[in-house]
Design a binder for this molecule. Structure first.
Ligand code: ZN
Length: 134
């Protein structure tokens, strides 16, 4: 079995910015030359989430509203300044595992790999992709 790891970085525009990273991940899978196995996609951040969902603007607004409703910005929190950012981040995991079949991410028709910024400022984010297989 081979293991190939590569990361990429990008800028976010602030709270609940949602960025489609499917293309970046597929590029790394292609570069790995691994044809069959799995790709693990991981964001090493305490205030960032990775989801698989449809990249449709109304749905993305619904996701923003859900996170705001579940963890409002003005709650009575103990952690200084960005507690809601951390709490939103722990509702959903910072990683996903996707099968690789014939050198392609085996995503469903309506599945895109999306990074969600939950912090209160624009940030530079990194995603680490590990491809394992043959
Ligand atoms: Zn903090």
């Amino acid at each position: 079995m081979r293991v190939y790891t590569e990361s990429f970085s990008f800028k976010t525009r602030g709270p609940i910015d949602i960025i489609d990273i499917t293309g970046n991940v597929q590029k790394i899978v292609t570069k790995s030359q691994i044809k069959n196995g799995i790709a693990h996609i991981f964001a090493p951040h305490a205030t960032g989430i990775i989801v698989l969902t449809e990249n449709e603007e109304n749905l993305l607004n619904d996701i923003r509203r859900l996170l705001e409703d579940l963890v409002p910005e003005g709650g009575n929190y103990a952690h200084p300044s960005n507690a809601h950012a951390h709490l939103r981040s722990l509702l959903l995991p910072p990683d996903k595992t996707v099968p690789v079949v014939d050198g392609r991410l085996a995503l469903g028709t309506w599945q895109s790999i999306m990074f969600i910024e939950t912090d209160i400022y624009p940030r530079t984010r990194t995603v680490i992709v590990t491809v394992m297989g043959e």
